[in-house]
Design a binder for this molecule. Structure first.
Ligand code: BMA
Length: 318
């Protein structure tokens, strides 16, 4: 297999893509994209979709499916709607949820973007059933987004990956907390490259980190600014299991990017933006759920083993 054909076959688009569109919604909406994902205890796949209404504001709505491909049952009304009266940081909507099940809490922690006058910030909410939620409020002030919690404590602390904007560009950071509310020990863990690279100037976490025996596998997005807009593509990096601030490997090129028409054309064309994945019971098969062109939800499948092998074959200085 040549390097190029290997790169092209790492993720396979589901033939019936997109799997969720606004037309399927039980109430009027504009677009449905950037869904968080998890597999519930009974095997059901739950997607917590970002839904944009016709005012331009987003809320979150759950869709459930037995096989994670089709037969979606969508909540009749918003599952988690902005609550600006009690949480002013949600004035202009809530976006891009990433879901982590935390065994210690027996709960799912949803990290989402809360959008308001100060810009986008990172908020957390806890749930057991995706029907009722307990908000923890804003944990990272604007301008910050692309956040997900690790599923277990590292050296006694919870760990949150997030992407603050800085004068030097948009890079991925890791912060620690003893209680999910007080955060500190901030560390830069993945830097946007410079110059002509596909991931120059702006990177961010895409779905939550994937725990593998070799380390935490990160699927991240790199944003390339062009004369006709931005290109959102995906790359891979690996971080040490007990010291996730340490990058072990980083791929040199992107592994997935907008190619299909539903990724190329939409409200924001040329965007493939995953916020969640599920793993098959073998621990290797990965179902990557991604927003396509900020318009619909699509699915691509792959193998964690193959992603790691590709990283070994295409290393770049971390
Ligand atoms: C990013 C996020 C995503 C969105 C993407 C492309 O900054 O806001 O929600 O999918 O831009 O518009």
């Amino acid at each position: 297999m040549t390097a190029r054909s290997m790169h092209e076959t790492l993720f396979h688009r589901y033939a019936e893509n997109p799997i969720l569109t606004a037309e399927q919604w039980p109430y009027p909406v504009h677009t449905v994209f950037n869904a968080g994902a998890t597999r519930l205890k009974d095997g059901t796949t739950l997607l917590l979709c970002r839904v944009e209404d016709r005012r331009g504001m987003s809320h979150l709505c759950a869709a459930r499916s037995k096989n994670g491909h089709d037969g979606w049952v969508i909540d009749e009304k918003p599952t988690l709607a902005p609550d600006p009266e009690n949480y002013p940081e949600e004035l202009w909507g809530i976006e891009d949820p990433r879901i982590t099940f935390v065994e210690e809490l027996g709960k799912y922690v949803v990290a989402y973007t809360a959008f308001s006058k100060g810009g986008p910030g990172v908020a957390l909410a806890l749930t057991e059933d995706f029907r009722t939620f307990k908000r923890l409020g804003l944990v990272m002030q604007p301008d910050d987004k692309d956040a997900a919690l690790l599923p277990r404590r590292i050296d006694g602390n919870f760990a949150l990956i997030h992407r603050p904007m800085t004068d030097s560009g948009a890079h991925v950071w890791l912060s620690l907390s003893p209680d999910l509310t007080n955060w500190g020990q901030h560390k830069l863990i993945l830097q946007a490259r410079k110059g002509g690279w596909w991931d120059a100037n702006k990177v961010g976490l895409s779905p939550p980190l994937i725990e593998t025996p070799r380390g935490w596998l990160m699927i991240y997005h790199g944003v390339r600014h062009t004369a006709s807009g931005s290109l959102y593509r995906l790359g891979l990096a690996l971080f040490a299991l007990e010291n996730p601030e340490r990058c072990l490997l980083r791929g040199d090129s992107w592994v997935f990017g907008p190619e299909a028409t539903y990724e190329r054309v939409g409200d924001v064309g040329n965007v493939a933006f995953p916020c969640g994945y599920t793993l098959e019971p073998d621990g290797d098969g990965i179902n990557l759920y991604y927003g396509a062109a900020d318009t619909s939800v699509a699915l691509a499948t792959g193998s964690v083993r193959e992603l790691l092998a590709w990283l070994d074959a295409h290393p770049s200085a971390p």
